[in-house]
Design a protein around this ligand. Sequence first.
Ligand SMILES: [Zn+2]
Length: 436
Amino acid sequence: MAAGGEKIAGKDLPGRTLWLNARLATLDPALPGLGMVERGAVAAEGGRIVYAGAEADLPASLRAGAETVDVEGRLITPGLIDCHTHLVYAGNRAHEFELRLKGASYEEVARAGGGIVSSVKALRAASEADLVRETLPRLDALIAEGVTTVEVKSGYGLDRDSEIKALKAARKLAEARPVAVRTTFLGAHALPPEMNGDKAAYIDKVVDDMLPAVAGAGLVDAVDGFCEGIAFSPEEIARVFDAAKALGLPVKLHADQLSNLHGAALAASYGALSADHLEYLDEAGVQALRDAGTVAVLLSTVFYAYNLILSGQQALVAKPGEIMLFQNLCITIILGVAAPWLAVALPSGLWLPLAGVTALSLAGQFLMSWSYARAEAQYLIPTEYSAFIWAIGLGWLFFDEAVTWTTLAGAGLIVASCLIASRSNPKLAEPIEAAV
Ligand SMILES: [Zn+2]
């Protein structure tokens, strides 16, 4: 049926296909939440969706001659958009995570020549083909999660030719995979080492040389910057944004991530597409974003492992007993405040098992605090997650909780993947050099 028809990426497009028995996230504003349609259908013809809605309302004409797929109640959503990635890079900086676990702050890592600057060294040494090859597995992981459009930033080249190389590599990704790529020029990401601390001179280069070159080569959809004490001031970012505006390019900003420099308000004043991070955003920043229609992009995974970093840092400065006392004191105070309204009397039959649970959890807490001061986090994280397995076993033994194979398989997968990940990176990267 597709013979002689339309083609995408050299492939014949199928004729008409129907996906039935689906849970559809339609995002229809007339419906609450995600606009879910519980028994939904999607029809596609020649590579385009021609119907998405209730199966009962599917026009009979679309059923005729269609190839039908029963998705057995699975969820179908619109393609996901990842609007903030630094997907194109060379090497990796996993060793810095270890440094941070040992107590170094993001700023200390950056000032010691790590952070963005160590990525710059690796990217400059790589070829465009190297970058595409190293990036494709990361892109494939995103595609497997349902991403159909991905934004890719430059910002690890920090000179004209390296930035062009990174942006070209990003554009090549769209030829290699069925995904839409939008490229962002992030020249004002960090100060390259050869500028010897002269930020003003580097911003001159960004504005007068790099930006006109990447824009002239048609490699840029938007212009980004990093507004922060360890990067560029609001005044320096404003110069980059003025230059972008003069070229008719939209802007976005890494704003208020480590401190509040009013970056969100700055981005909003340029009608930015988005202001990203925003951990230190204040009320005035919120208002400015709202009034300008600038999207707030929150990057929760940046802080995903932050509790592990805090555990590591605490373990270095306090004894396990002190950490436990402090943590439990905080919880006691918080719960104590609510106790007059919410506390209930314990049935006497539960006293003994609850005392056992308390003793076990305190012992676990003590041992983990003790371990964080002694072992590397890569060995401790699988141990932390083994709590799932202990919980399943104890729940079954003491509380008659049913153990399903899916629970066991899930817990096993999490712990096994932690073990594999932590043991397959024996030598992650060269040590960070001291700053000169
Ligand atoms: Zn970023």
